[in-house]
Design a protein around this ligand. Structure first.
Ligand code: ADP
Length: 445
C-alpha cells in the first residue's frame, strides 16, 4: 500500500480551499478556489464547480498516492436534495440565514429548552421552514425524493455517491444527539423525520470509496476513501493539532472564542456553551463578545504591532478592564447589560494597550474557569488561532494570566483539519479491513 497523501477540502464563505498532507500531517500542497462570480449566486452550483475545479488542480501532486479525502462546510448550511440523484430540490439555506419566527417557535415547542437546535439559524429551524412552507411536501408529491443534507454532506456525496450520510458535528444543530448516538425521540416523531440524514458518522469515519464516475472526472484513485467531514470551526480546531483532554484552542479574532477538549460534555444555553463530540471526547465551546474588534476601535494594525513591542508582558497591568465594543455579554458572564470597562485611560498608549490585552486575557481565563466550574476537564495548554495569535507580548501576558503554556497554532486552516480527519479515517479503515485493503486494492491504485 503506497497511499500516503490525504486531502482536506474546506468550503468557506467566499471560496474553497484544499490541503494535501503527507502521512503524519506535513503540508504537501494547498490550493484556493474562489467561488465563481455572479449577481444571483447559485450557491450549490458555485460549490460544486469549486469542488471539481479544486480536485482538478491537485494535478501538481501525485494523485495515485491519495488515500482518503474529507470535507468541512459552514455549520447549519443545508439544502434539500433528491436522495437518489443528489440534484438540488430546494436551494441551500446558508449558515447565517435567520429563519422565520414561526419556524423557530415550532422548533422550541419540540426541542428541550435551550437546545442548540433552537437557535434561529440552526439546520433544524431551516428544516422547519421547508416543512411549514410546504416545500418538502410538494417535492414528495412530485416524487423528487427530498432529503436534507448539509453543505459538506452533499459535496462528499457527489464523490461517494451514497444516500443520506452526515456526521455528528454537522448534524448537531439538526437535533442529532452524539451521546446516543442517534436522533432523540422528540425529533424522530416529527413528520419530516424520514428526510433527515440516516447514517450519521463520527467525523473522519470512512463512508465509501469514490464512485467510478467521480474518480474518472477527478483523477483520484479508484480506492480513494471519502470520509465523514465536520463543520468549519471544528475543522479549524482539529487543524491546531490538539488531541488531549485539557488542551484548548482560543480563537482571537474580532471576538474571543474558546474550545476545550474535555472528557465530559457541557451544554449550558444561558452561557451559549455547547459541546461537539470528537472521537471519545467532547469539544466544549463558548464565545465572548470581547476580542480584537475592541483593539481595532482604538489602534491600526501597524500601531498594535508597534505598541505591543513596547509592553513589558512579565509585569501585570494595574488596569482592571473588561473590554467590549458595546454593552452586553453572554459568556463567561451572562449579563445582557454588562457595561464595557476601559477606564481610566492612562497617558501612554502602550500602557493603555497593555491594560486592554491584559483585560481580554483575564476574560479568557475566566472563560476556561467557567467551563471547568461547569464540569469540563481542567485546562493544561492553549493553542491560539486568529489575528491575535501573532502578538508575542499578548501571548506572554496570556500565558502568565492563564497559568498554562500558550502557543500559536501551527495550522489555522480548516482544510488542514479536514485533511487530518481523512488521514485518521484512512488508518482506522485500514486497521478494520487490514486484509482486504492491502491484499486487494481496488483499481490497482
Ligand atoms: P475575524 O476573522 O474574526 O474578523 P481575524 O482572525 O482575522 O478575525 O483577526 C482580526 C483581529 O485580529 C482584529 O480584530 C484585530 O484587532 C486583531 N489583530 C490584528 N493584529 C493584531 C495584533 N498585532 N495584536 C493583537 N490583535 C491583532
Amino acid at each position: 500500500c503506497h497511499q500516503d497523501l490525504f486531502v482536506g477540502l474546506d468550503f468557506g464563505t467566499s471560496g474553497a480551499r484544499a490541503h494535501v498532507i503527507q502521512n503524519g500531517g506535513k503540508l504537501e500542497a494547498d490550493f484556493r478556489q474562489e467561488y465563481k462570480e455572479g449577481g444571483e449566486l447559485d450557491w450549490a452550483d458555485a460549490w460544486q464547480t469549486a469542488l471539481w475545479q479544486l480536485l482538478k488542480r491537485l494535478d501538481s501532486v501525485d494523485k495515485s498516492r491519495i488515500g482518503a479525502l474529507a470535507i468541512d462546510g459552514t455549520s447549519s448550511t443545508c439544502m434539500l436534495v433528491n436522495q437518489d440523484t443528489l440534484e438540488v430540490v430546494s436551494a441551500p439555506q446558508l449558515y447565517n440565514a435567520t429563519q422565520l419566527t414561526s419556524s423557530v417557535q415550532a422548533v422550541k415547542e419540540i426541542a428541550p429548552p435551550g437546545h442548540t437546535a433552537t437557535a434561529s439559524t440552526s439546520a433544524l429551524c431551516k428544516m422547519m421552514t421547508w416543512h411549514n412552507t410546504g416545500t418538502w411536501q410538494k417535492a414528495e408529491v412530485e416524487r423528487k425524493r427530498p432529503c436534507l443534507l448539509h453543505q459538506a454532506d452533499w459535496l462528499a456525496a457527489l464523490l461517494h455517491g451514497q444516500t443520506r450520510h452526515s456526521d455528528w458535528n454537522n448534524a448537531l444543530k439538526l437535533g442529532f444527539d452524539p451521546a446516543l448516538p442517534g436522533y432523540p425521540p422528540w425529533l424522530m416523531s416529527q413528520p419530516y423525520a424520514g428526510m433527515l440524514p440516516r447514517h450519521v458518522h463520527a467525523p473522519g469515519e470512512a463512508i465509501a470509496t469514490i464512485t467510478a464516475e467521480a474518480a474518472a472526472r477527478t483523477g483520484l484513485p479508484a480506492d480513494c476513501l471519502i470520509c465523514a467531514g465536520t463543520t468549519d470551526s471544528n475543522a479549524a480546531f482539529i487543524a491546531a493539532g490538539v488531541t488531549q483532554p485539557g488542551e484548548a484552542v482560543t480563537s482571537l479574532g474580532s471576538t474571543l472564542a474558546v474550545k476545550l477538549l474535555s472528557e465530559t460534555r457541557v451544554d449550558r444555553a444561558e452561557y451559549g456553551i455547547y459541546s461537539h463530540r470528537l472521537g471519545d471526547a467532547w469539544l466544549v465551546g463558548g464565545a465572548s463578545n470581547t476580542g480584537g474588534a475592541v483593539l481595532k476601535q482604538f489602534f491600526s494594525s501597524a500601531k498594535l504591532k508597534e505598541l505591543s513591542a513596547r509592553i513589558d508582558a512579565s509585569s501585570p497591568s494595574p488596569l482592571q478592564y473588561y473590554p467590549l465594543t458595546c454593552p452586553g455579554e453572554r459568556f463567561p458572564i451572562n449579563d445582557p447589560a454588562l457595561e464595557p470597562c476601559m477606564e481610566p485611560r492612562p497617558q501612554g498608549d502602550a500602557d493603555f494597550l497593555h491594560g486592554l490585552l491584559e483585560g481580554i486575557a483575564r476574560v479568557e481565563a475566566q472563560a476556561y474557569g467557567r467551563l471547568e466550574e461547569l464540569g469540563a476537564t481542567h485546562l493544561t495548554k492553549v493553542v491560539t488561532a486568529g489575528g491575535g495569535a501573532a502578538n508575542e507580548a499578548w501571548t506572554n501576558i496570556r500565558s502568565r494570566v492563564l497559568g498554562v503554556p500558550v502557543i500559536a497554532s501551527p495550522h489555522g486552516e480548516a482544510a488542514h483539519g479536514a485533511a487530518l480527519l481523512a488521514q485518521q479515517g484512512f488508518h482506522e479503515h485500514r486497521r478494520l479491513h487490514a486484509h482486504t485493503t492491502c491484499l486487494n486494492p481496488r483499481g490497482g491504485g
